[in-house]
Design a protein around this ligand. Structure first.
Ligand code: PLP
Length: 231
């Protein structure tokens, strides 16, 4: 059983304390699998929280943050980015292709590339804007109808399409296992697809399952509620 960080953080703790607790758990999970803590990037998922709620976490040293909506991120991050120049923003939620330019302008990484139309519009936006965020392809490993991500059986073809037809550099793969499934088989499956294509980064693991993800090779864990509290 995985411990949820809410259980391990001291009672009455604030977001900065919870961040410290999570960092320790990440280091422990990495050590347990013979990995270095520096191999795992913590993406602190700040969606729905205000700039004022995020500030203490930035002040505690966190620099990489995940948001799932372009507009929300553009509303609340510019002021913080002005104060802390090295903040890195990752888009982890579904992206509409008509927002590709805004996303390419604003985010350092995009974890939700998942369909041909979006690949085409991101390639065009990268050309137009002259900026190249790191790109992750989201794979719907559980083939859930309501969930974003390319279907597992289409992943190989989609990775090739992104690279060959659109000239995109694919840095990583991302997944969100189905609620209620043991997550590790999904993580292992994602790692297998990545390996087959020579892709080195894996964005997988959230508040409830990041230790398992690290064990399966996660390079990025996306942790929201265990740091910021319930949304
Ligand atoms: C909200 C969200 C997370 C963080 O989830 P928690 O369970 O709060 O840690 C991670 N990844 C994606 C894609 C999300 O939308």
């Amino acid at each position: 059983m995985s411990q949820t960080p809410a259980q391990t953080a001291p009672a009455g703790s604030n977001a900065a304390d919870r961040l410290t607790a999570i960092r320790k758990l990440i280091a422990r999970a990495a050590a347990d699998s013979g990995r270095k803590a520096e191999e795992v990037t913590l993406v602190a998922v700040s969606k729905t929280f205000t700039a004022a709620e995020i500030l203490p976490v930035v002040e505690a040293g966190q620099r990489v943050f995940g948001e799932n909506r372009v507009q929300e991120a553009r509303d609340k991050w510019p002021a913080l980015k002005q104060r802390f120049a090295d903040i890195e923003l990752h888009l982890i939620g579904p992206l509409q292709s008509n927002k590709s330019i805004e996303a390419v302008e604003f985010f350092e990484q995009i974890h939700s590339l998942d369909r041909p139309k979006l690949a085409a519009s991101l390639a065009e936006a990268i050309q137009k804007v002259g900026r190249q965020p790191r790109l992750f392809i989201q794979v719907n490993t559980g083939a859930e109808p309501q969930k974003a991500g390319v279907l597992p059986q289409e992943a190989d073809r989609f990775i090739d399409l992104c690279r060959q037809t659109h000239g995109l550099v694919i840095d990583g793969l991302m997944c969100i296992p189905p609620v209620g499934d043991p997550p590790s088989p999904h993580f292992a499956f994602l790692a297998k697809i990545a390996k087959k294509h020579g892709i080195s980064q894996l964005s997988m693991g959230m508040s409830g399952d990041f230790a398992e993800a690290i064990q399966c090779g996660a390079s990025h864990v996306r942790i929201g509620s265990a740091i910021f509290g319930q949304r």
